[in-house]
Design a protein around this ligand. Sequence first.
Ligand SMILES: Cc1cc2nc3c(=O)[nH]c(=O)nc-3n(C[C@H](O)[C@H](O)[C@H](O)COP(=O)(O)O)c2cc1C
Length: 363
Amino acid sequence: MTATDLFEPFEHAGLRLRNRIALAPLTRARASSVGLPGAAQAEYYRQRASAGLLITEAIAVAPEGRGGAFTPGLYDDAQVAGWKLTTDAVHAAGGLIFAQLWHAGRLSHSSLTADGAVPVSPAAAIAPGSAFTEAGFVPYEMPRVLATREVEAVAAQFRRAAENARRAGFDGVQLHATHGYLIDSFLRDAINDRSDRYGGSLENRARLLVETLSELIEVFGGDRVAVRLAPNTRAGGMSDSDTAATFAYVIDRLNERGVGWLDLVEGDNLVTRTPDDAIDTDALAARFRGAVIVNHLYTTELAIAARRERKADMVAFGRLFIGNPDLVARLKSGSALVEAARDHYYGGSGEGYIDYPALTAVR
Ligand SMILES: Cc1cc2nc3c(=O)[nH]c(=O)nc-3n(C[C@H](O)[C@H](O)[C@H](O)COP(=O)(O)O)c2cc1C
């Protein structure tokens, strides 16, 4: 294999990562009905702790922020205790783990909250597609438009979740700002037609993201805060009339605030690496002053090339980590990779979740 530093340690923000490979955030929907994680999650992340950095599945900051059945939260004490099992297991295995903090916005469903309230959104527009509920996939509903004072309160929800992430022992947090979820749906002008200080100008549309980040930074320090962006994805009904300007503006705000990590999803998520009319994500990566993690349909060859060209500090792998818990060792040795069963991506038991063996166990 070509010489590469992909498998070498990487030091950044006071952390020493074992290699330059990250576990991309992957919703696996194995928490309880009320979003409580436990021993199964601890085992799943422990098995993958040889990655330089683990980023958790999306974790809801509030009950109404859950975007699917059996997705976990970080808004009550039981959830903090549940996640502590994971962080302890990962740390005992020598790994590092950031919690991905999430508010699903309109990509949620009334059946997911105790009071049956409909999902919230910047605008009265039904999202394309369907929500994963306990009764299976059901079409998204007409969301309720958040009042200005309610939008102002969202950043505080993220702050409380970040405080809980600290108590649960996470090494940092990642703001989930992609795929049409709440933060992304404010940022891009696909549906945000607000006339208050959270809509209209680019500054206004980015306000919720910036206010939220400021709260996360107050809790963890910029060094331990990551942001996930996916400028070229259409997921969740997103688009932007000037994508390049929108995301350049966001990167400048991240730089101003000393955000430590940018997780950049290239291409149109799970569709193609090279969508028509894509903006140049390499230019965005170069604009960012912290560590850049790139993700989306990476192979070993592409990851090595990304390091050779210095276009990123790290590469995150998603689906390959599902069937290959020891992905780092397998990529390094050029071993065969297991393709995970898609039927087990979301929900169910430990099958297709914590029963994929590591190579050492197979031999
Ligand atoms: C089953 C599954 C669950 C995912 N859950 C999340 C998530 O919770 N948060 C997120 O930001 N992205 C999520 N993604 C997107 C992945 O992080 C990643 O961007 C995508 O899989 C592309 O990377 P890959 O080609 O290495 O799999 C998910 C993808 C899959 C397949």
